[in-house]
Design a protein around this ligand. Structure first.
Ligand code: PLP
Length: 546
């Protein structure tokens, strides 16, 4: 992954929007750099005295980095949830370590509330800056030299700032044909429209992107050729697809050719789960606790799918990272990694709205990270990955228990190039002593086990429904979705993830999907949900006496 010779980013300032160019430095924020000078007598700002901050310290019990096992632990009767430390399978107590953030500190560089809770620079508290810079150089290894870090309040904020910093009203943004609805919702009111690009099993298709850009006609499209891309390359939301290194390089090269800025929204980067294999074919999980170590961090990081940053020799990628999926969404903390020109404009935008993410959150997260250290955090991420891998496996095992799953190579559509599982009914007929299973031929739905992220994207084979008429997919999807909701199971309705769904302009003919998240409910409830789904979906496809 390492790049031999790194150069500085090229000048990409022509991508800045009119709004962004018009932003001046907040006059008060311009003074901030002097506040941190040792010995300065700061009488210039409206800073409250820390003596009046009502919190004298914050203490927390933090899970140890090796709290979760490094390989799925499964047994025939139960599913071990929290990694049981020190070999005791009956241990119920989480192993924690106490950390404290005092208001004042005498040790140089220690995190303290007097400065964390004070007005501060929008880029990040100093200790967090240091941690993130090291993290980025170890994990993403950007290919350009002058990358910089700027914190935000998570990727929702990151994208919303990026789009207004780069796009003018009337422009379009390239995105996957199925995408994260909030990303679209944040740009539509500014009259910035999604420009969907076809997908296959690896996410956005490079040939479709090339065709779209090379044949762009601003007159018939009523907008200039897009110069910004929004992309979720790992554990894509909603399709679950993950882009290969080769595909990323192709997309990057096309973006160089047509001068497109890539905004890489990557919240599921550390949930790279690997392939799914059926229950009976899995090897038993490891039992070692796996202490954090530099060697293990290096080895693990080398197994991860590289970020677009890793090929970005020009500085045209704005990468969005978030602590939402790795620490907690309520922390509202994330960061941009990008070239210094974009970072400066993004900072200008932040300092007149949130100023900086909440000081309490920054202090606590920074304390956890610096307490764990880089290797501890990587160890934590590896454990999380295993947890979600177990959940993914468990959920698909439940589907395999409930339905007959037939593995077939997908030749078209969002799964082209992958092995998809087609689900048909497993009808159970009891006889006096034995149980026979007869399998019906009708495929009710299909899916590809995701190799990253939190979602299974389920395609409904609505043409197999007795009352199907072409063009009626959305109605049938909603009908089934409502039946499920009435029976107590809530899935994400597929229509809302179509890139142009909110535009009132949906041309996506490949409709009829559910997005199912295996990330949150307990395993027994996950099992219950699949059982209810099984009953409801069978009834649905057997309507009208078929
Ligand atoms: N981007 C994508 C693709 C997501 O799936 C999500 C959360 O579901 C977010 C952004 C939101 O991230 P954050 O909590 O950092 O704002």
């Amino acid at each position: 992954m390492s790049v031999e010779k790194r150069t500085k980013s090229i000048d990409l300032s022509h991508h800045l929007s009119e709004l962004s160019k018009a932003r001046a430095t907040s006059p008060l924020k311009g003074l901030m750099k002097y506040f941190s000078q040792p010995g300065i007598l700061a009488l210039g700002g409206g800073l409250p005295s820390p003596a009046y901050f009502p919190v004298s310290d914050i203490s927390a019990n933090v899970l140890v980095p090796e709290s979760f096992a490094l390989a799925p632990i499964e047994s025939s009767t139960s599913f071990t949830w929290l990694w049981k430390l020190f070999g005791s399978q009956n241990a119920t107590k989480e192993k924690t370590q106490a950390v404290t953030i005092p208001k004042y500190t005498t040790v140089d560089g220690d995190i303290n509330l007097a400065s964390s809770l004070q007005y501060g620079a929008a880029i990040a508290q100093q200790q967090l800056q240091v941690f993130l810079k090291n993290f980025i150089s170890e994990v993403y290894q950007p290919a350009f030299e002058d990358w910089t870090v700027l914190i935000d309040t998570g990727n929702t904020d990151g994208w919303s700032r990026a789009v207004t910093t780069l796009c003018n009203p009337g422009e379009g943004v390239l995105c996957e044909e199925w995408t994260y609805p909030s990303a679209i919702a944040s740009m539509l009111p500014s009259n910035i429209k999604p420009v969907p690009v076809a997908m296959d099993g690896l996410g956005m298709k490079s040939d479709a992107l090339e065709n779209l850009l090379s044949q762009w006609d601003p007159v018939s499209r009523q907008m200039p050729r897009p110069h910004v891309m929004y992309i979720v390359p790992v554990g894509q939301n909603p399709s679950g697809s993950t882009m290969s290194v080769e595909r990323k390089k192709q997309i990057y090269d096309i973006c160089v050719k047509y001068d497109v800025i890539i905004v890489e929204d990557d919240p599921y980067y550390f949930l790279q789960l690997g392939d799914y294999t059926f229950k009976g074919d899995r090897s038993p999980g490891a039992t070692a606790s796996g202490k954090p170590s530099a060697e293990e961090s290096k080895r693990y990081v080398s197994t991860l799918n590289p970020s677009f940053l890793n090929f970005d020799y020009q500085g045209r990628v704005i990468r969005l990272d978030t602590f939402s999926k790795t620490i907690a969404p309520g922390s509202r903390l994330g960061w941009f990694t990008c070239n210094p020109v974009f970072a400066e404009r993004l900072e200008r935008q932040g300092e007149t709205s949130t100023q900086a993410p909440c000081g309490f959150g920054q202090a606590v997260i920074t304390k956890i990270l610096t307490h764990w250290t880089y290797d501890g955090y990587i160890r934590w991420l590896r454990g999380l990955r295993t947890e979600y891998q177990q959940r993914r496996n468990f959920f698909i095992d439940c589907l395999a228990d409930e339905f007959h799953l037939n593995a077939v190579p997908a030749v078209a559509g969002v799964w082209q190039g992958c092995i998809a599982y087609e689900a048909s009914s497993k009808v159970k007929k009891s006889t006096s002593m034995t149980e026979k299973y007869s399998t019906r031929n009708r495929t009710m739905f299909s899916f590809v086990p995701p190799v990253a992220g939190m979602f299974v994207w389920m395609k409904l084979h609505l043409d197999q429904h007795p009352s199907f008429t072409p063009g009626d997919e959305d109605t049938l999807e909603t009908k089934l979705w409502t039946k499920l909701a009435e029976n107590g199971v809530l899935f994400g309705p597929g229509w809302m993830f179509a890139a142009n769904a909110l535009d009132g302009d949906s041309e996506n003919t490949n409709a009829g999907h559910f997005r199912i998240s295996f990330s949150n409910v307990d395993l027994p409830d996950l099992k219950k949900a699949v059982t209810i789904f099984g009953r409801v979906v069978r009834e649905f496809f057997e309507e009208e006496g078929l």
